[in-house]
Design a protein around this ligand. Structure first.
Ligand code: PRX
Length: 661
């Protein structure tokens, strides 16, 4: 144990509780090490064993991994299965039909339990309705829905008929939605009339209408609308239909479409450092295997658990740990429509107590904001509730600072629940580096060790291993079943982005910097090394925000966007803008900043609004006209400029931008 004590000077090491080790899916470090060794000894045999043991196959696979077209890997390709079958029918067949699959809690606190049997029946009805519209395996369907049972149903129904879904987070703008509809080549959209958040009804269907009106969406022939609020919405005859009408006319059984393990289960758009968001394409077999297996390994899911992942289905966490993993594990999960601060900042803790939640999985941003909320409203403190049902806590999406970790551990977990700090990405499909609750000694702020079968490493710019204790580039050296298969419609971008030639072309580049502890080998993630920002656990490309700003051609001449650390949101977006007109000052600058923030909100979505906008007469550029973003980052952080500025065309601009706050 002493070995681990040097992680980032962090001296606290917390051993797994004895009661947790016994009976855990991975029980104790020797069990973890045995799995790691098995994967090292017989890589394909290891994955084949797990895929056979954990999934139900209609037709067993005969070949495990096909690397012949690397880095386009194929796993279990000649095997056939269905994701929805593995999540629903399989549980009913095992006698869990009357077990609650989803305990839905609405924004206003109403609780609706849905059993596996009932969920299966509704998924089948919707699947039949989609088939009746002519939607078939391989067609793309956009899901733009709030966090509801119907959202999960929509994903499961697509999976059932082999249609590839692409969920778009309900906070994205009509323009972002439009982009995704076009890129995916969608034939249908599943949506809702409105969504409820924090006591307010927000539009959804009207945003779909707006997106479709932007043109080029002729392939979209059907829009299915879930009536959530019964607010007034326009329905286009011949195109739009109510979900309840469709369900009413269909049988509650539907033979699943048996697809190849490589069949694309979904496309999920995420931000990169350049260009438009990329459609990350995931498989059926490999993806589902990992969603399920990590439920067992990382969350040690047991039949009596009540699992709650707070992520929205619009993000990958909501795919793997709301829509697929918990159901594939036959668990009872909570699906929550609302926000953590409504009706007050004690909502999460009240819900844990009310539902006797035993495994709770959320993002550091939420924890940090709820810590702060306790200062304002002591009644919101978790210690004011009975949280004794909890046994495991999880964290995801961004680095968790040791202070927030300790608060979470002591105040939410009562000092007895291990925290699994899970590092992974949209591209990885499921957890990559994480503690296991019944095995790994914990160190606050470290995601500890890779899961068995995941060959994570840290290398330098040329792809060579760096010694422990030195920071470097996080890579994965071997493929794994739930890895992305390609970028939808752009295989070359996939190859260049994730398997860059500079690193030798065969290492998966995560895009994060990391360091391993000298002694224990524990990983600590240092954050993105590209132009991707992580704001409240949401991934944003600086280039996307720049493009959104300059798209305002009436006002904006030039823009550069950088990130700066933020106590609450992890990172914050700072934009430097050169206007076409006069540089505004004082109140004028404030009003202009407001206008541009709202503009970005409409272009991308409210999550992308810059926290700060600084106006200048110009941007710092080299003589060849390249914007020096490094300098802008320094200015955004409020730090002194120590970099060499001799190559700068216009050094005086630095002073102006520094003062422009
Ligand atoms: O920078 C890492 C950070 O989130 C990025 C992936 O974002 P996304 O694809 O949106 O998926 C988020 C949910 C899996 C990573 O490149 N990240 C994610 N989890 C952690 C993290 N950084 C530190 N610690 C984590 N546990």
């Amino acid at each position: 144990m002493a070995a681990i004590q040097s992680v980032m000077q962090e001296t606290r090491v917390i051993a797994p509780p004895q009661g947790m080790v016994e009976g855990a899916a991975v029980s104790g470090m020797p069990a973890y090490q045995a799995l790691v060794a098995e994967a090292e000894r017989d890589f394909e045999g290891f994955w084949a064993r797990l895929a056979r043991e954990h999934l139900e196959w209609k037709k067993p696979f005969t070949k495990v991994l096909d690397s012949s077209a690397a880095p386009f890997f194929k796993w279990f390709e000649d095997g056939k299965l269905n994701a929805s079958y593995n999540c629903l029918d399989r549980q009913v067949a095992a006698g869990l039909g009357d077990k609650v699959a989803i305990r839905f809690e609405s924004d206003d606190g109403q609780v609706t339990p849905v059993t596996y049997k009932a969920l299966l029946a509704r998924v089948c009805r919707l699947a039949n309705a989609l088939k009746a519209m002519g939607i078939k395996a391989g067609d793309r369907v956009i899901i733009y829905m709030p966090m509801t049972v119907e959202g999960v149903m929509a994903m499961q129904a697509c999976a059932r008929i082999g249609a590839t879904h692409s969920v778009v987070f309900g906070g994205f703008s009509a323009k972002s939605l439009h982009e995704r509809i076009i890129d995916a080549g969608a034939v249908a959209i599943l949506t809702a009339d409105e969504q409820m958040r924090g006591g307010k009804a927000l539009p959804i269907k009207s945003i779909v209408d707006e997106a479709l009106a932007m043109g080029g969406c002729e392939a979209v022939r059907n829009v299915v609308v879930y009536r959530r609020t019964a607010g007034a919405v326009a329905m286009t005859a011949g195109r739009d239909q109510w979900l309840h009408d469709l369900e009413a006319g269909q049988a509650d059984t539907c033979e699943p479409e048996w697809v190849s393990a490589e069949h694309p289960l979904f496309i999920l758009y995420t931000s990169g450092s350049t260009g438009r968001p990329k459609g990350i394409q995931h498989s059926t077999g490999g993806y589902l295997l990992w969603a399920l297996l990590t439920m067992k390994w990382t969350f040690d899911i047991k039949p009596g658990d009540v699992f709650w992942c707070t992520a929205d289905i619009g993000w990958v966490t909501g795919h793997s740990y709301v829509a697929y993993g918990p159901l594939a594990a036959g668990a009872t999960e909570i699906v929550f429509e609302g926000v953590p601060t409504y009706p007050n900042a004690g909502r999460f803790w009240d819900m844990i107590a009310r539902h006797k939640c035993s495994i709770f999985y959320t993002a550091p941003t939420a924890i940090r904001s709820l810590i702060k909320a306790c200062d304002v409203d002591p009644a919101a403190h978790p210690k004011k509730r009975d949280l004794s049902s909890l046994r495991i806590l999880g964290s995801v999406g961004e680095p968790i600072n040791p202070e927030a970790w300790m608060w979470y551990h002591d105040n939410v977990g009562g000092g007895r629940c291990p925290i699994v700090d899970t590092f992974w990405q949209t591209e990885t499909g499921g957890h990559m580096i994480t503690p296991l609750p019944g095995a790994t000694p914990l160190v606050p702020g470290s995601c500890t060790l890779p899961l068995p079968g995941i060959f994570a490493a840290i290398v330098d710019e040329t792809g060579h291993d760096v010694e422990n204790g030195n920071g470097g580039i996080l890579v994965v050296k071997k493929p794994w079943p739930s890895m992305l298969r390609t970028i939808w419609g752009d295989p070359e971008r996939y190859r260049k982005t994730y398997f860059p030639a500079e690193l030798g072309g065969n290492l998966y580049l995560a895009g994060d910097g990391a360091v391993r502890d000298r002694v224990s080998g524990y990983f600590t993630i240092m954050g993105r090394i590209d132009d991707v920002l992580n704001v409240s656990g949401h991934r944003l490309g600086t280039m996307e925000i720049e493009s959104a700003l300059v798209a305002n051609s009436r006002l904006v001449a030039e823009a550069a966007v950088v990130g700066r650390p933020d106590d609450m949101t992890g990172e914050a977006v700072v934009a430097f803008v050169v206007l076409k007109g006069k540089r505004p000052e004082g109140e004028d600058a404030k009003a202009m900043a407001r206008e541009l923030r709202d503009w970005v909100g409409r272009e991308i979505g409210p999550i992308a609004k810059p926290k700060e906008i600084r106006f200048g007469d110009n941007l710092p550029k080299t003589r060849s006209g390249k914007i020096m973003r490094r300098l802008l980052r320094t200015i955004a952080r409020g730090e002194e400029i120590t970099q060499d500025v001799s190559t700068l065309e216009n050094p005086a601009i630095l002073e102006q931008l520094k003062r422009a706050i």
